[in-house]
Write a protein that binds this ligand. Structure first.
Ligand code: FAD
Length: 445
């Protein structure tokens, strides 16, 4: 059995390793156009600020090490240029010498990921406008900071990557302005929760501009100013564009593989595409939302890894399924853990639910025990049934613990008033007797 994998980061390497484990006799080859495979995109903001000093520390496996350890052939700097699903072949270009080769497969995985959106803004050709996706793109930003000692930066986009970068640029003693076109940062949170994060960023010294897009970049050779739609001029030494990502679907699309309504590759629960023996996983595919049953595209490393495992099993002729996502995510924004799962009020209403919500402030552990921190918990609950549809948690400590309990509760279709029945752990250094998420459940009931 010959298995070819296109793309060698989270989904691709996890699928290849799993398939090899389950079918040791399979010949598996990963084709990756980049120099690196198997790295943590999620660690890159901390690598840029030197919290993680060494490049090797964000790379889980080098191509050589992955090949040796997992007994998989890894062809880095090899770009797949065409998929021929009828003939079961792919056309591959070796980027080191431009040699083109035709490769046969019995089963194929497309795990081509996503790429930063780079809108056609006037002045985009100026130097020192960066995007962040892979280790090489992080190297460029890190080298720029080390060489030029910049004093000020503009981050375009107030999503989680933009905000993680704002924090890490502050750590590098750079003044940061975040420019967000929407009326709030973190548009996948409700506004009342996103405002807590905005206030925190302002307290930390970040200028946050909302409700204002970028009109143009101005400068001689390098970017010197960002001009916003409202006419604001922001001086800067460099720009990070992080307005979102788009799925890398061109290869699949050109091969006649069906895309879904979100624009990402359509797959069934076994991660099969519309072409026989062609699977897809990770940021390039859409998936099912576990609450609404609608197709969603929520590109996350957590999902890519799990989908890679499922795809790997199925490449090895097993019968595994990926059930879908709740959109559970967390990020660190300066001192805050900022977490969400399920639907926000807006998302729930857009999906046709009548909802009630509760927002409570609690402490992560007993107030009399040193260093208790405030946690804000918001629950979104279906009015008619009392089912928990979503949760958002923000706080300096334990947002991760709360959101994971709530994600588990939503997965198990719990009602808000059942949270009080959970037998959760308690001792003063860890929690409070009636946990905040129980209180949020009672309030929302
Ligand atoms: P990718 O990582 O995009 O990998 C796809 C690979 O395919 C790429 O290397 C690409 O070069 C290659 N490829 C594409 N086309 C071809 C071709 N034609 N031929 C050969 N190779 C090709 N997620 C979280 O869950 N939590 C986090 O905290 C988090 N933080 C993040 C922080 C940053 C700064 C970034 C950039 C991302 C973060 N993510 C996070 C998202 C996470 O990194 C992605 O969801 C994950 O990397 C997706 O994995 P993937 O394998 O699907 O795709």
């Amino acid at each position: 059995m010959k298995i070819a994998v296109i793309g060698g980061v989270a989904a691709g390497t996890s699928a290849a390793a799993r398939a090899k484990r389950k079918m040791p006799e399979a010949e598996i080859t990963i084709f990756e156009q980049d120099t690196d495979i198997s790295y943590s995109g999620c660690g890159l903001p901390y690598y840029i600020s030197d919290l993680i000093e060494d490049r090797e520390d964000v790379i889980i496996y080098t191509p050589q090490r992955f090949a040796e350890k997992k007994e998989v052939v890894v062809k880095s700097q090899h770009q797949v240029q065409e998929i021929k699903p009828q003939a079961k072949k792919i056309i591959v270009k070796d980027l080191k010498n431009d040699k083109i080769q035709e490769v046969d497969y019995d089963k194929l995985l497309i795990s081509t990921g996503a790429s930063p959106i780079e809108p056609p803004i006037d002045g985009s050709e100026l130097e020192n406008i960066f995007t962040l996706r892979n280790v090489n793109s992080a190297d460029k930003i890190k080298d720029f900071i080390a060489t030029n000692n910049p004093q000020q930066a503009v981050v375009i986009g107030g999503g989680y990557i933009g905000l993680e970068m704002a924090e890490n640029l502050l750590e590098s003693n750079i003044d940061v302005t975040v420019v967000e076109q929407a009326k709030q940062i973190l548009t996948n949170f409700d506004e009342d929760m996103a405002n807590i994060v905005e206030d925190h960023l302002v307290d930390k010294g970040v200028d946050v501009v909302t409700n204002d897009g970028v009109e143009k970049f101005v400068g001689e050779e390098t970017v010197e100013k960002v001009i916003t739609a409202s006419g604001e001029e922001i001086e800067t030494d460099f720009v990070l564009l992080s307005i979102g990502v788009k799925p890398n679907v061109e290869l699949a699309q050109e091969a006649g593989i069906e895309l879904g309504e979100t624009g990402a590759i359509k797959v069934n629960s076994k991660l099969e595409t519309s072409a026989p023996d062609v699977y897809a996983a990770g940021d390039c595919v859409e998936t099912k939302h576990m609450i609404t049953d609608e197709a969603v595209w929520i590109p996350l490393g957590s999902t890519a890894n799990k989908q890679g495992r499922v795809a790997g099993s199925n490449l090895a002729n097993l019968d595994d399924e990926f059930k879908g996502v709740l959109g559970t995510a967390i990020s660190k924004v300066c001192d805050l853990g900022v977490a969400r799962t399920g639907l926000t009020v807006k998302e729930a209403e857009d999906a046709g639910y009548q909802v009630v919500s509760s927002q409570i402030k609690t402490r992560n552990h007993a107030g009399y025990y040193p260093n208790a921190k405030i946690l804000t918990i918001k629950l979104v609950v279906e009015e008619e049934t009392g089912l928990i549809l979503g949760a958002q948690v923000i706080g300096e400590e334990d947002a991760d613990k709360k959101i994971d309990v709530l994600a588990t509760a939503i997965y198990n279709e719990m009602k808000a008033d059942e949270l009080i029945e959970l037998d959760l752990s308690y001792a003063p250094p860890f929690s409070i007797p009636k946990d905040g998420l129980m209180v949020a459940g009672i309030v929302a009931d």
